[in-house]
Write a protein of this length. Structure first.
Lengths: 367, 258
């Protein structure tokens, strides 16, 4: 059974109907249950849930302290390439955007790695667009071999792979996979993925599971918030997380809450997610999946990120560039999306400490 | 002197502490200092020898024995590899085996833990396995060479106290090795309870690290462990199951001066 089959179980839920029946009391009951089921999760995500954010925040903080303590893991993304064969309505690397394309050479990767490692970071997330021709698995593998000399944790955010390809990258030193479904609604998925291999909804949906089968250490999933109704998307992300956690309990699950950001060729999206909404998603996710990591990237504004620290976030990026070679190169390429928090690693470290939390630089190693 | 012997070391303090979840290294250092512990566990995954400023080991008082743990190991093989790395990184000979293949409840895998104990004992490690309370599994770990066994009081990080009391008590009564209650102890009174039961020691992390004042809480645990141990040695008076009846049911047997 894949998550797609599991998803069918909940396809009969009429969200509007369900939400119209939720009372404040239901929300308070749901958040205090010993075992929060997916209906409780939906209750927490409901419009009425917005009136109980403080109660949810208290619970979320308590659960986060229990499972993660006062710690935040720091990492940074490294863009290896912006070559892409997909046409996706929401992305700056979209094949049809007329932008300079670049992929880092081995020397450039080494230079970029040295620059990042000098900031003290030990966890890195490498990214590419989707192009099996420009950035085949062998290229990723060679890159990982270089990065292993500088980093203790290497995560990939690349196009979906076959199970044996994941296995090859894990053997080379990759310990976790980030892959966002972008949008769980199949019709909208088809609409925003205009052309290219990314049109294959199921292949992407099953990618985290293939990585779990290849015995990856961690998977990080998410929906790009703003494409579809966020309550439905957050709900599906949580269910996907629960499905993976139940089936592969040895894998460390985390979820990201990326909000749409301006990028090259971006259009206006109707389904806006305001700060209050994002907080509600984060709190509901923590209560539903107490053990899952929660990542907040530099898509978010400085002061907003700072305020999220005690609410349940466990991973944050620092010293970020979303350009290929952006950490070390003078030559500028367009970014995948605009970031809102340009603080250095040192500045992030100081901010976390000032909040009474410990910035964690190393939380894994090649064994 | 009531000492606690483990792996050839005689320890005065029966409180072992962890290093996770603290707001910063300074508070962690002060808390460890204040509780008088002599054994401190840390996840090898967090040890960063490259960075003096961020390396957790730099903030463990020098007179403490390091007890690296294999946090992150999903099976015996990974635990063995982490233990060997710990030794190679200069963290000494003590190892807390922690094998967890369930990221939801973080319950240890006793079977894989036994396997890892067998391998590492042959390599001369001083082994303290973290385990789900179970008499037979405990016995097998000791036979495989564990210096002590560390059953959980309740799931790690929950601060729910000694919910596994019955089984832990049987382990204390029956096993010929120190029993250290690890995980779940949320309050000093619960640490005292474990000590009164006859546990050789307790290991506490979350309850101290996530307290509003970790330093004061560390000291409170120190006192509670000492009090519990003292009470155990003093042997508490008998506890009656029922009140002493003022009109005994068998009183008639002595009536009439038989």
């Amino acid at each position: 059974m894949s998550f797609l089959d599991f998803k069918k179980n909940v396809s009969q839920i009429n969200f509007d109907d369900y939400f119209s029946k939720v009372s404040k009391n239901d929300v308070l009951k749901a958040l205090n249950k010993r075992k929060v089921d997916y209906y409780d999760y939906l209750t927490l995500l409901s419009p009425v849930g917005e009136n109980c954010l403080e109660e949810m925040a208290q619970k979320s903080r308590e659960l986060s302290l229990q499972h993660f303590g006062k710690t935040i893991l720091l990492y940074t993304p490294m863009y290896l390439s912006n070559h892409c064969v997909n046409v996706c309505a929401y992305c700056g690397f979209n094949k049809e955007n007329n932008i300079p394309r670049k992929k880092l050479t081995a020397e450039e990767i080494e230079k970029e790695a040295k620059q990042i490692a000098a900031t003290g970071l030990k966890h890195i997330l490498i990214l590419t667009g989707e192009s099996r021709e420009e950035t085949p698995v062998s290229y990723i593998k060679d890159s990982v071999k270089i990065l292993k000399k500088y980093f203790q944790g290497i995560a990939i955010e690349i196009y979906p792979l076959e199970e044996n390809e994941y296995k090859a990258l894990i053997d080379a030193g990759v310990d976790s996979l980030t892959i966002y479904q972008e949008v769980y609604d199949e019709e909208i998925y088809d609409k925003v993925h205009i052309s290219g291999p990314k049109k294959d909804y199921k292949y992407r949906l099953d990618a985290p599971e293939r990585a779990c089968k290849a015995q990856i250490r961690g998977v990080n999933i998410g929906a790009l918030l703003g494409i579809n109704n966020w309550r439905e998307e957050a709900f599906m992300t949580g269910l996907h997380g629960q499905y993976l956690q139940d089936k592969y309990p040895e894998v460390e699950l985390s979820i990201s809450l990326p909000r749409m950001r301006p990028h090259v060729g971006h259009k206006n999206y109707k389904e806006l997610v305001n700060d209050k909404n994002l907080v509600q998603i984060m709190l509901a996710s923590r209560i539903f999946l107490p053990r899952a990591g929660i990542t907040i990237s530099t898509r978010e504004q400085k002061s907003f990120r700072d305020n999220l620290v005690p609410l349940g976030v466990t991973k944050m990026s620092a010293g970020v560039s979303t350009e290929v070679g952006g950490h070390s190169s003078e030559e500028k390429t367009p970014s995948q999306f605009d970031i809102s928090d340009e603080r250095t690693v040192q500045e992030m470290k100081e901010m976390i400490l000032s909040k009474g939390y410990q910035p964690i630089f190393k939380d894994w190693m090649a064994i | 002197m009531d000492e606690f012997k483990i792996g050839g070391e005689a320890l005065k303090s029966r409180l072992l502490v962890g290093t996770g979840k603290y707001p910063n290294h300074k508070i962690m250092y002060d808390a460890i200092k204040h509780c008088g512990t002599q054994v401190v566990t840390m996840a090898l995954r967090r040890v960063d020898l490259d960075s003096k400023e961020d390396n957790i080991v730099e903030y463990i008082p020098k007179n403490c024995i390091l007890l690296p743990n294999t946090s992150g190991a999903r099976n015996a093989e990974e635990a063995v590899r982490i233990a060997r790395l710990a030794k190679a990184m200069g963290c000494g000979n003590w190892i807390k085996i922690e094998v967890i293949s369930d990221n939801k409840y973080l319950l240890p895998d006793n079977i894989e833990t036994i396997k890892a104990t067998e391998i590492l004992a042959k390599e001369g490690f001083n082994i303290l396995p973290y385990m789900s309370p179970d008499l037979m599994a405990g016995k097998q770990m000791i036979e495989a060479g564990a210096a002590a066994v560390m059953p959980l009081g309740s799931p790690i990080g929950t601060n729910r106290g000694i919910r596994t009391k019955e089984i832990v008590q049987i382990m204390i009564d029956e096993l010929d090795a120190p029993i250290i209650v690890d995980a779940g102890i949320g309050k000093p009174s619960e640490a005292a309870e474990a000590m009164e039961m006859g546990a050789a020691a307790v290991l506490v992390n979350t309850a101290i690290a996530t307290a509003t004042d970790p330093i004061q809480m560390a000291e409170a645990f120190d006192l509670a462990v000492k009090a519990g141990r003292m009470a155990y040695l003093a042997k508490t008076g008998p506890v009656g199951q029922i009140a002493k009846a003022s009109s005994p049911l068998t009183g008639f047997l002595s009536e009439g001066g038989l």
